[in-house]
Design a protein around this ligand. Structure first.
Ligand SMILES: [Fe+2]
Length: 133
């Protein structure tokens, strides 16, 4: 049994950090599975086998997306940056740079696992030390 998702002693980590690490590990595993299915589908010629694998990779897309959504909900600044990058047309790198700049890059890097603030905002304003509406 492996506990590779922990980089620090697990018994010293808060429960929510252990949960977060588990979902990060799961996200990685889903991404690996997607990559493996892409390779298999690129080579497989049997239509029935391709249909089975195409169905399976759809499950992996779903799993990856659910893992990502969980992690983004628990990390407001990550969610804010992702909001500026995901599902946008145009230059991915430019969107990434702009989203990072808009969210700020101070403090602990936003790596906390706090949820949304009580007022329903993402809490980015408090991370930047200034109010936002
Ligand atoms: Fe999966």
């Amino acid at each position: 049994m492996g506990f590779d998702q922990y980089h620090e002693p697990p018994d010293e980590l808060p429960e929510e950090t252990r949960t977060f690490a588990r979902l990060c590990a799961s996200l990685t595993e889903e991404a690996e599975a997607i990559g493996w299915y892409q390779q298999r589908l690129a080579l497989e010629r049997d239509p029935e086998a391709r249909a089975v694998m195409a169905d399976a990779v759809g499950e992996e897309y779903k799993h990856f997306s659910m893992d990502l959504e969980f992690l983004l909900r628990r990390t407001p600044i990550w969610r804010e940056i992702a909001r500026g990058v995901l599902f946008q047309d145009g230059d991915i790198v430019e969107h990434g740079e702009a989203a990072e700049a808009a969210a700020g890059d101070e403090g602990d890097g936003g790596g906390g696992t706090e949820g949304t603030s009580g007022d329903g905002s993402l809490g980015i304003g408090s991370l930047l030390g200034k109010g936002r509406s």
